[in-house]
Design a protein around this ligand. Structure first.
Ligand SMILES: C[S@@+](CC[C@H](N)C(=O)[O-])C[C@H]1O[C@@H](n2cnc3c(N)ncnc32)[C@H](O)[C@@H]1O
Length: 451
């Protein structure tokens, strides 16, 4: 990333409207007495410089400069904290991106302002919880005309915001924030994103499998083999560690076959029952074709899960091995009705936003998971941006708790450089529209029933 100029002159442009400048400058110098009366109308706390995308939150954090290890000016820290608090209270948006593609939280992290970073994470989690509650009330919104006028006045017209949740999961394309954030940088990264292709629902999209990457028609990475270690550790967390006895008593459900990486690992543990739910017709066709012709399939795990595998399961018990063909939203009700119960359930889909994951663990985990069972999911929520990942850790933790589940997080190192994950468009990301993973640590969730 090019060096970022954090000076006031670089961030508050010459052409910035006077009203916006006054707010940005008051935020910059942490002058809450001057700031408060300026935040007298909705939208003012989230105004932005039309050229740089600077918001008052960015300004209040940026003006702190980088924090050294030993440094600590208690008064200065307190003034910044109070300014940020006033702005958030006034309706400032926690995840607006500026023209450097940074949210206020990104700036705080880069400047090593840990206290302000944590303040932003807490605010983000609160905002996202609220969005989740209000989700069902969207239809009641006004046509927004008045707000638009206000926005223009406040300098919003020329830059897009990264408002709303970054509820992108690794593979989830309901990435509203990301979409908005991208508009700021999209000229630089324009890729083959024909609108017609973008709009094709994932389950109707043509998939390609090249070099260990399953990619949809728009170029999104559906599943990539760099995630193998995460899959292995997820299996170890749900069953017993890999070098222990096979998990012969266990009943396992995996939702989302993808490259079959996790299913291959589960199968190697010889569970008593192994069920898979997969919805994409081309993934299912690959299982059929590969299992009929394993030699041609090479090392494609799909070859392990065809009709022969299902038939072999009958020796254990009726329907012990099964690929359910369809969406989990349709299949899970059937499993419940049939009284299926699992010791381990893993959830990893694509093309669905966070609300679906939440719906799954709220509506289905209580009925499908044994009292002593373990639930795991691919935790890629907001993983293209540290602050969003941290916010979503809190959000999902709270929603899991509402669903009666405790979660323990296990940190897993992701060697970005070694795995070729450190450069968009190159290494592992070659041929992938945008990296959905940018962090050195994966937080692996291990969920169990409370009490
Ligand atoms: C990320 S991949 C799963 C990768 C898998 N964990 C592995 O180890 O290879 C996601 C899979 O979920 C499937 N999928 C997406 N939406 C689904 C749904 N509603 N029901 C069932 N499967 C779905 C996709 O077709 C895709 O195969």
């Amino acid at each position: 990333m090019a060096d970022i100029d954090d000076s006031l002159d670089a961030r508050i442009s010459f052409g910035c409207p006077v009203g916006v400048q006054a707010i940005l400058r008051a935020a910059w110098r942490h002058d809450t007495d001057a700031l408060k009366p300026l935040l007298d109308a909705p939208g003012k706390a989230s105004c932005r410089d039309p050229e740089t995308g600077e918001t008052p939150l960015h300004a209040a954090i940026r003006s702190m400069g980088p924090k050294g290890e030993q440094e600590g000016d208690i008064e200065k820290d307190a003034a910044a904290t109070k300014t940020v608090e006033n702005l958030l209270f006034g309706g400032a948006i926690w995840n607006d991106v500026d023209t450097n593609n940074e949210t206020p939280g990104c700036v705080a992290w880069r400047l090593n302002q840990k206290g302000l970073y944590d303040q932003l994470v807490r605010a983000g989690a609160r905002a996202e919880m609220l969005f989740a509650i209000l989700d069902g009330y969207q239809e009641l919104e006004s046509d927004g005309e008045e707000e638009e006028d206000e926005d223009e006045e406040m300098g919003e017209a020329e830059t897009e915001t990264g408002a709303e949740a970054n509820d992108t999961n690794r593979h989830e394309e309901g990435a509203e924030v990301e979409e908005k954030a991208e508009k700021v940088t999209e000229e630089a990264t324009a890729e083959p994103t024909a609108d017609a292709i973008e709009e094709t629902p994932y389950l109707e999209s043509h998939l390609t499998l090249v070099d260990g990457k399953l990619v949809d028609a728009a170029g999104n990475g559906v599943m990539m083999d760099w995630e193998t270690d995460i899959m292995r550790r997820s299996v170890d967390a749900m069953l017993s560690p890999a070098d222990a006895e096979p998990a012969k008593e266990k009943r396992v459900l995996n939702i989302g076959f993808g490259l079959g990486i996790i299913d291959s690992m589960i199968a190697a543990r010889q569970p008593a029952r192994h069920h898979i739910i997969e919805a994409h017709p081309e993934v299912l066709a690959r299982i059929d074709a590969a299992s009929k012709n394993p030699e041609a399939a090479g090392d494609d795990h799909a070859a392990e899960f065809g009709a022969a595998w299902e038939a072999a399961g009958e020796e254990k018990s009726e329907g012990a091995h099964k690929v359910y063909r369809g969406r989990w939203q349709d299949i899970c009700a059937k499993l419940l009705a049939e009284g299926e119960l699992y010791d381990a359930i893993y959830f990893d889909t694509f093309g669905e936003d966070y609300s679906e994951l939440r719906r799954f663990f709220t509506d289905y985990i209580p009925g499908l998971l044994d009292d002593n069972g373990v639930f795991g999911f691919f935790n890629g929520l907001g993983a293209d941006r540290r602050v969003c990942y941290d916010v979503y850790t809190h959000v999902v933790e709270m929603h899991l708790s509402e669903a009666g589940l405790d979660v323990a997080w296990q940190d897993v190192e992701v060697p970005l450089t070694k795995d070729g994950l450190d450069t968009a468009g190159a290494g592992a990301w070659e041929g992938i529209l945008r990296p959905y993973w940018t962090l050195e640590k994966y937080r692996l969730p291990i969920c169990t029933f409370m009490g």
